[in-house]
Design a protein around this ligand. Sequence first.
Ligand SMILES: Cc1cc2nc3c(=O)[nH]c(=O)nc-3n(C[C@H](O)[C@H](O)[C@H](O)COP(=O)(O)O)c2cc1C
Length: 192
Amino acid sequence: MRVVVLYATREGHTRRIAERIADDLKARKVDVDVYNVKTLSEPIDWSVYATACVAASVHLGHHESEMIAFARRCRTDLERLDTALVSVTLSQAGAEDAHRSESERQAAAADAQRMVDVFVHETGWQPAHVLSVAGALAYSEYNFVVRFVMKRIARQQGAPTDTSRSYVFTDWHRLDQFVNDLVEVAQGRVAR
Ligand SMILES: Cc1cc2nc3c(=O)[nH]c(=O)nc-3n(C[C@H](O)[C@H](O)[C@H](O)COP(=O)(O)O)c2cc1C
């Protein structure tokens, strides 16, 4: 069984998520190739894969534009495989934040889901499995203006405002579990 992990990132956190997915797959003895869709130099040979896992972060309500273009272009190829979308947002961090009220968490979860729905609408590609993953508040990666804006948003939402460091909200265990479930599904398909 071979899996392709395709990712798009702006500040680098989704690369770490893609690498974690790859490590999880390798730990289950699954062969894996990882590609940044922004720097893909050759077409993908889809015939060697059983499963594709697509990971992309969200900025200003949309997933990375290169991933939207990629998923549009390769929709038919993706649809032949078992596919998963890992959507990386700070809304999901809000949805998982135990310090927020139930209604705030529900609103954040609805926001994360809305961005997945927008991606599906923009690309026409419907992944079989979807996981919303909490991303990072990467102050150290931002320029002055973005840092200023993100700090203001963070203050409004009760998120950390110390811009001298970055914050990672990703629930790695939940991601590992998702990948394990994907492998179970894929191995079940192979065994049938
Ligand atoms: C300028 C900017 C805009 C963002 N817009 C959103 C957004 O609309 N919704 C959201 O949930 N997260 C938003 N985020 C948070 C990112 O999705 C989060 O930081 C993610 O971890 C970025 O992943 P990356 O490092 O792979 O690009 C934004 C972050 C920045 C810096």
